[in-house]
Design a protein around this ligand. Structure first.
Ligand SMILES: [Zn+2]
Length: 288
């Protein structure tokens, strides 16, 4: 069992904390970084403005936290694009992506669209898998990517880039939440995005991945297989509870992310139990 190698270790990515507040990633896309860095949100939440240049319109994807400094930065980026916000799209219901959706949608007079009706709100639009949204002089495809959460969607742009939310992060790996998330769905979603042959992955947190997006998706798939093997190996060594498994498998990661690691561990154990590889009884786990 070899540790999968993260291809990004040899890429020239900005160091944590060194991402610019606002960046034009391609003619269609400007990114605005929210001031909410943390171990779970990395450099902070990435908010994206998408629109055809010169059309005077932009779609806001994942507005992020309802923070006045972030709003000011987003409004400055809209002004720099000479665009007004015509729609707010959200990848999933977590607050670091969705909190500002309804208040900013109201402020901009723009409709909110999300796969979760609670995020879209009473006047919003519930996104359907596979639909194509013609907005701001361009088209965004709705790619279902459940796994991190049940409602997670990604947005495929005309350029071939995919806005992936928390399905793939610019640094490290993502979390499959538990009980909402689903490892089997997550793996299928990774393959679905891989099959699109994305030209770039614009992540919910961390830098944009442009050099070899497919290699990152391959690494994510290998990483999940590796975690399964690590959990089974830790059980052979005597780990018999979720906490013992986390302490063993995640010994090298900071303790502040152990609660998230425990969620991913529970989600992986649920998959292994469904496959008959482990027997789960509450927090206790055993080999069959
Ligand atoms: Zn997030």
């Amino acid at each position: 069992m070899r540790t999968p190698v993260d291809p990004r270790t040899s890429w020239d990515l900005p160091a944590p904390g060194a991402m610019p507040r606002t960046a034009d990633l391609e003619p269609l896309v400007t990114r605005v970084l929210a001031p909410n860095p943390s171990p779970m949100t990395l450099d902070g939440t990435n908010t994206y403005l998408v629109g055809a240049p010169g059309r005077g319109q932009a779609v806001l994807v994942d507005p992020g936290p309802d923070d006045p400094a972030h709003l000011a930065a987003v409004e400055a980026a809209l002004a720099a694009r000479d665009a007004r916000c015509v729609a707010v799209l959200v990848t999933h219901h977590h607050g670091d992506h969705a909190e500002a959706a309804l208040p900013w949608g109201a402020r901009f007079g723009a409709r909110v669209a999300a796969a979760d009706a609670r995020v879209a709100g009473p006047d919003g639009r519930v996104l359907e898998p596979g639909e194509r949204l013609a907005l701001a002089g361009t088209t965004l495809g709705v790619v279902p990517t459940p796994g991190h959460t049940a409602d997670h969607v990604a947005f495929r742009l005309e350029s071939g880039a995919v806005l992936v939310g928390d399905h793939v992060l610019g640094r490290g790996t993502s979390v499959v939440t538990h009980p909402e998330g689903d490892v089997l769905a997550y793996l299928a979603s990774l393959r679905r995005v891989h099959d699109l042959g994305p030209s770039a992955l614009y992540c919910g947190h961390g830098p944009e991945l442009t050099e070899d997006p497919g290699a990152v998706l391959d690494f994510y798939l290998a990483h999940r297989r590796f975690r399964e093997q690590q959990l089974l190996a830790a059980m052979v060594r005597g780990a018999g509870t979720v906490d013992e498994l986390v302490a063993d498998v995640y010994a090298e990661v900071p303790r502040e992310v152990w609660p998230a690691a425990a969620q991913s561990t529970r989600a992986t154990l649920a998959k292994l139990a469904a496959e008959g590889h482990v027997v789960l009884d509450g927090d206790r786990v055993a080999l069959p």
